[in-house]
Design a protein around this ligand. Structure first.
Ligand SMILES: Cc1cc2nc3c(=O)[nH]c(=O)nc-3n(C[C@H](O)[C@H](O)[C@H](O)COP(=O)(O)O)c2cc1C
Length: 183
């Protein structure tokens, strides 16, 4: 079974994007093995730290390198992706020649309390990941306008239409990994 490492671009305990990530995991129905990567313990990016890389950085980079694929679930902050997620992406991209995103199948999803469901943040994130040579799935786009009752704490999706949509997204991602992954 393919293993997917999940990054959530929010450190908030009640993050709606973490709830969306759990909902996607549930919708995948056990066809992919998911694990969350911690990004809150990464220091702010600083080239000088490569002289003696912090344990959090080496751990994070190994997790990404070992993953068959990556799922990025992001909020939108001021019409872009949150700094905490960009920081993680930047650590993964360096040092020169050790970009762990290259060739990785990636899918992007997000939700916000606004009507556009983190669409602009996702578009920015997509353009960054493409430059880093990740193989980013184009469709379907998951732009969920959050409602308080949409996902319960255990990741169950109340609305059957949304549940079906997320299931389709997870299925397509599985196919994408098989098609573009390294085996
Ligand atoms: C600094 C900041 C900027 C935000 N900017 C946007 C925005 O541009 N568009 C939007 O739809 N929501 C915006 N929001 C609201 C977020 O959608 C909302 O806080 C959401 O709960 C964040 O996701 P999380 O619960 O996963 O942390 C912003 C929130 C913060 C804290």
């Amino acid at each position: 079974m393919k293993n997917v490492t999940v990054l959530v671009g929010s450190l908030r305990r009640e993050s709606i994007n973490r709830k969306l990530a759990r909902a996607i995991i549930g919708a995948a129905g056990g066809k992919l093995a998911f694990s969350f990567a911690e990004i809150g313990d990464l220091p702010l990016y600083n080239d000088d730290l490569w002289a003696s890389p912090p344990a959090a950085v080496t751990r994070f980079k190994s997790e990404i390198a070992a993953a068959d694929a990556i799922l990025l679930v992001t909020p939108e902050y001021n019409r872009s992706l949150p700094a905490v997620l960009k920081n993680a992406v930047d650590w993964g991209s360096k040092p020169k020649g050790e970009n762990v995103w290259a060739g990785k199948p990636v899918a992007i999803a997000g939700t916000s309390v606004g009507a556009i469901g983190a669409a602009v943040a996702q578009a920015h994130l997509r353009s960054v990941m493409i430059v880093l040579d990740a193989v980013v799935m184009g469709q379907p786009e998951v732009q969920i306008a959050w409602r308080p009752d949409l996902v319960s704490a255990d990741g169950a999706v109340a609305d059957p239409a949304v549940a079906g949509f997320l299931g389709g997204f997870a299925d397509r991602f599985g196919q994408w990994i098989d098609r573009v992954g390294n085996g």
